[in-house]
Design a protein around this ligand. Structure first.
Ligand SMILES: Nc1ncnc2c1ncn2[C@@H]1O[C@H](COP(=O)(O)OP(=O)(O)OP(=O)(O)O)[C@@H](O)[C@H]1O
Ligand SMILES: [Mg+2]
Length: 300
């Protein structure tokens, strides 16, 4: 797999130099590459100058067999902020998200190129243990998927396999409080997680993801299967989580993206990251015409 990596030290330096070139960090010395199918330029690097970068994609690509699902993605996601990923169905949102904690490893056909760096380290390096990585970068899926275990055990599970030998009760309570679920379940911790409502199950899954004390939480349409009340709870929770964690959330709901995120990444058909920046700016004044058309509902 490492054969497909193209990033070397030289390019590293070039990028660092480029970051200082312009306020928005784009490389001015090298022209942005032009996409062959759309004729658009893909920014070679998009840098948040004053924020602490946690996740960085460098020429990250994904193919499923012969199908190109992600064109080279270059982006830096800042710490303790919410980044929303939006775009039409099939544009590669989930594929990108799954690269961040190597969930694409589970997909036989998926082939990843370029680099996905977590705190500067390429997560596809041979010495990275994907299981340990997923404790640092937790994930919450569209459909709540608690284990067929008690509420308590759902939360304790990750800590147990990690060999945690501290105060488990305290950690479980802390995670359930962190997921805004404690008050609703504190008297039924021995009951099955599957007996909770859909919205509660999703918060249980969030508690399970935060129990091992991750840095990043990935969410793939976490509220799309929930009713409006449960959705509002999860949205409030995401806002709170961002005080402690870096949150990357895929959503089809543009109002939701506008409400909850600090930064927005817009992927469009063809697996291309077309625009990335402050959420307010993307929604009020997108640079790219296709992004404007998508956001204003002209297609998608
Ligand atoms: N396991 C797979 N095998 C083959 N092709 C896949 C696989 N998973 C996704 N793809 C293809 O890769 C492309 C991107 O899919 P992805 O699921 O990342 O899109 P998405 O933006 O998350 O879409 P949606 O909004 O519908 O969830 C699509 O063309 C899809 O058909
Ligand atoms: Mg998806």
């Amino acid at each position: 797999m490492s054969d497909s990596y193209t990033v070397g030290d030289e390019r590293e330096n070039e990028q660092d130099g480029a970051a200082a070139d312009r306020a928005d960090g784009r490389n001015v010395s090298t022209p942005d590459p032009v996409d062959e199918t759309t004729g658009e330029t893909t920014p070679s690097i998009q840098h948040i100058a004053d924020a602490d970068t946690v996740i960085e994609a460098a020429d990250l690509t994904v193919h499923y067999g012969d199908v190109e699902a992600l064109k080279p993605v270059n982006v830096r996601l800042p710490a303790q902020e919410v980044t929303a990923i939006i775009g039409p169905s099939g544009c590669g949102k989930s594929t990108f998200l799954r690269c961040i904690n190597r969930m694409n490893d589970m997909v036989d056909a998926a082939r990843v190129g370029g680099e996905l760096r977590f705190r500067g380290k390429n997560v596809y390096d041979e010495d990275v243990d994907p299981v340990a990585l997923r404790r640092k970068i937790g994930m919450v899926f569209q459909k709540p998927n608690p284990f067929p275990k008690s509420i308590y055990d759902n939360v304790a599970y990750g800590l147990e396999i990690q060999g945690y030998d501290g105060d488990m009760d305290a950690r479980v309570e802390e995670a359930l409080r962190g997921a805004a679920l404690w008050d609703e379940v504190k008297d039924q911790l021995d009951e099955s997680g599957l007996d909770l409502s859909g919205g509660q199950q999703q918060r249980l899954c969030i508690a399970r993801a935060i129990a091992p004390d991750p840095e990043v939480i990935l969410m793939d349409e976490p509220a799309s299967a929930l009713d409006p009340v449960a959705t509002a709870k999860v949205e409030d929770l995401i806002d709170e989580l961002a005080e402690e964690y870096t949150v990357v959330i895929v959503t089809h709901n543009m109002q939701q993206a506008a409400r909850i995120s600090d930064k927005t990444a817009v992927f469009l058909t063809g697996g291309q990251l077309v625009e990335f920046g402050e959420t307010n700016r993307i929604f009020e004044n997108p640079e790219n015409q296709r992004v404007e058309d998508y956001i204003t509902g002209k297609f998608g």
